[in-house]
Design a protein around this ligand. Structure first.
Ligand code: ADP
Ligand code: MG
Length: 696
């Protein structure tokens, strides 16, 4: 037996238990070893009754003075005990006659549980206990602390505890769970052997620092976290190496064409945009695929950068695909890109789910023939009927809205079946959700990163205020004033309920109400349940200035770009996450006017909600906000749930262990160079879905 075997190899574990353990993520014996206790109970020593404090969990030994059966609302058994002149009470609600009979006055009882202040003395409700005839102090005290594991329905604490104990006992045999990290790779950590670290985590001694163990700051936990982070880095390196081994079309951008493109823009790209465009064009020249993430705060002008890449690719005779998360955004991109690229003689098409079959057919046919051009679309792009035999570049906008698998599905559109054309397109991935460095190091270590760290000139930071619903009338006045001054405003409806239908309904009601309350203004409405054409119509009217106030659901969260809009009101702002609020707010502040964002909230505000609104009020910097978001929500949420597959750590925690990432990266490099034989076992041990790293 070794740790890589299924738990069913262990005594007492049949298919039923195995299925329930699986709910805890425990399939193999090693998963038990890596299943960390939530906390520990100290049953290694006895507490004098006089030293007990409410709230502590303690083991006591005392003599039974008095046993009383009470019939109140519930039958209960009250056992009064004392030792060395101090008294306390043990209280039971469920007990058998046999149990009761054993509680004899004069007998000794050892009890463990949480101490609480009772009506007359300290008490423990339902302790774990044993009764002895005489004072049995030294008997059967636990030699180490008792671990308390996360459990789930159908798997008892005792079961997990016993299985984990059995697994830990096997660590006696070095080959059971072999040491894979050479000591030299442990970075600055004290050289704790793997088996030693696991023993400490499961069965710490009375003198180990429990707080450090439960919080994960203990060297034993850090030792495992480092190994896990290192394994993840290895996976990312392999993934990248494999991806880059495939051939991609080498594209030499035509400098005349790019100059024409920039002329057609009508504005001068910022220094940051120029730099990122150069980085991308540099990648495209190689015959191995680009894998580049472009990070740029909302409004930093990522679309222009993507357009330059697409122009280079299409002018070289290839196809480029630009995928956006919503139809609204796809249509907007299509319009902008067509306006920029078609004057250069490059074709730009649109492919969304709501196109009629009649409209799609000729597009699909042209794409299938391999006609050069840029196609902008939504998820519709990776449907079966879509074939892109000359795909040279994929661009994913707002990538946090997509899953890794969707990115791969689009990439896999490349290549003709005869294999005559290089099969791996270049990939450009764009995100407005600034990713804190630690997270980027881990989640996107397989990508090169470019950062657009500059906004187009003349932008003024959005002024943000948080206003209670009680002052809604004042907000209406601001809306009216802004619109009368010739500017435009958004009113974003969010709802408590998850249901989109309800949210849209609320938006409809709000739009009607606002139209009455602000009778001088043209009020429009856009929500997710309107058909695509109606949505586009609403948005176009807003863009053209025929609508003053656009009431919308969060469908306008990403991408929508109307520079004349300078005021945004967000209802129920306390319900939204920081990243989403920042994205929404990014819809204003796009023109030269000073813009404002009003966060309407329903008091009273909870602590986290208050912290979020405050963070938003204080900063317009997406990176700063993302850092706060990471603190408030944790990495899974920040990356978007669909991204988290590769991010589910068993031991490591990207916030807590940020300072281990450097060592994990250099360790991964050294391991690849010096101990290539350890790579597969490490991946197998740690990486949940190791297979996925085989693919990019
Ligand atoms: P995002 O990075 O949020 O996707 P967009 O690409 O939508 O930003 O650009 C936001 C707005 O700024 C658009 O109206 C775009 O045309 C404009 N823009 C982009 N770059 C510049 C620039 N260098 N100078 C002026 N305006 C720009
Ligand atoms: Mg954008």
């Amino acid at each position: 037996m070794n740790a890589g075997d299924s738990v069913t190899r262990m005594r007492g574990v049949g298919a039923g238990v195995a299925a329930r353990l699986e709910k805890l993520g425990i399939r193999r014996i090693q998963d038990l070893l890596l299943h960390r206790p939530n906390r520990y109970e100290d049953r290694t020593r006895l507490w004098p009754l006089a030293a007990l404090r409410p709230g502590s969990r303690a083991l006591v030994l005392a003599q039974i003075d008095h046993v009383e059966l009470r019939y109140g609302r519930r039958r209960s058994l009250i056992v009064s005990v004392s030792d060395a002149g101090s008294r306390m009470t043990l209280r039971f609600f469920h007990f058998s006659d046999t149990q009761m009979q054993r509680m004899q006055t004069g007998a000794w009882i050892r009890a463990f549980g949480e101490v609480r202040a009772g009506p007359t003395s300290l008490e423990i409700v339902h302790p774990d206990y044993q009764v002895f005839d005489r004072r049995a102090e030294g008997e059967q005290l636990e030699p180490s602390l008792t671990p308390v594991y996360p459990v789930t329905k159908g798997v008892t604490q005792n079961r997990v505890r016993n299985l984990a104990r059995a697994a830990v006992a096997e660590l006696e045999r070095p080959e059971f769970f072999p040491e894979l990290l050479p000591g030299a790779l442990l970075g600055g950590l004290p050289g704790i052997a793997l088996a030693e670290a696991l023993r400490t985590i499961h069965h710490p001694g009375p003198d180990d620092d429990l707080a450090a163990l439960t919080e994960g700051r203990h060297p034993a936990v850090q030792r495992l976290a480092l190994e896990e982070l290192l394994a993840q880095q290895l996976g990312l390196r392999l993934r990248r190496n494999r991806a880059q081994a495939a051939p991609a079309p080498a594209i030499n951008p035509d400098s005349g064409l790019l100059a024409g493109f920039i002329r057609a823009l009508g504005f001068e790209p910022t220094t940051a945009q120029h730099r990122v465009i150069d980085e991308i064009l540099g990648d495209l020249r190689h015959d191995s695929p680009m894998l580049r993430l472009v990070q740029g705060d909302v409004g930093s002008g990522k679309t222009v950068v993507a357009a330059a890449a697409a122009a280079a690719c299409v002018a070289a005779g290839y196809q480029a695909a630009f995928m956006a998360p919503t139809e609204l955004l796809a249509e907007q991109h299509h319009r902008n890109l067509a306006q920029w690229l078609e004057p250069l003689g490059l074709r730009v098409r649109l492919l969304t789910g709501s196109l009629k079959t009649r409209e799609r057919a000729p597009e699909l046919e042209a794409l299938g023939r391999g006609e050069a051009g840029l196609v902008v679309g939504t998820h519709a792009l990776f449907q079966k009927q879509v074939s892109l035999p000359r795909l040279g570049l994929t661009i994913i906008d707002e990538q946090h809205r997509f899953g890794v698998h969707q990115r791969l599905a689009l990439r896999d559109k490349a290549g003709d079946s005869a294999g005559a054309i290089p099969a791996m397109p270049h990939q450009l991935i764009m995100t407005a959700t600034p990713i804190p460095r630690t997270l980027a190091m881990s989640a996107y270590a397989d990508l090169d990163t470019s950062v657009i760290d500059e906004l187009p000139p003349g932008r003024q930071p959005v002024t943000t205020v948080a206003i209670s619903n009680a002052r809604r009338a004042q907000v209406l006045e601001r809306v009216a004033a802004a619109c009368q001054a010739g500017r435009q405003a958004y009113w974003v409806c969010t709802l408590i309920e998850e249901s989109e239908a309800l949210q849209c309904q609320a938006a409809e009601v709000t739009a009607e109400m606002l139209a009455t309350e602000l009778s001088g203004l043209q009020v429009g409405l856009v929500h997710g349940r309107m058909d695509a054409r109606a949505k586009t119509r609403g948005l176009t009217a807003f863009r053209d200035g025929r609508i003053d106030l656009l009431v919308a659901t969060t469908v306008i969260e990403v991408g929508v770009d109307v520079p004349n809009a300078s005021l945004m009101v967000i209802e129920n702002a306390e319900r939204l996450g920081l990243a989403q609020l920042h994205q929404l707010r990014g819809r204003v502040g796009r023109g030269a006017e000073q813009s404002h964002c009003v966060l309407l909230f329903q008091p009273p505000l909870g602590e986290v909600a208050r912290a979020r609104l405050e963070a938003l009020r204080q900063s317009n910097d997406g990176f700063e906000i993302a850092r706060r978001d990471l603190e408030l929500r944790g990495p899974g949420e920040v990356l978007g749930t669909r991204q988290t597959g590769a991010m589910e750590f068993r031991v490591a925690d990207l916030v807590r262990d940020a300072d281990l990432l450097g060592a994990a990266q250099s360790g991964a490099d050294r391991l690849l160079a010096e101990h290539p034989d350890r790579v597969d076992p490490l991946l197998d041990r740690w990486v949940h879905d190791a297979q996925r790293y085989a693919d990019v």
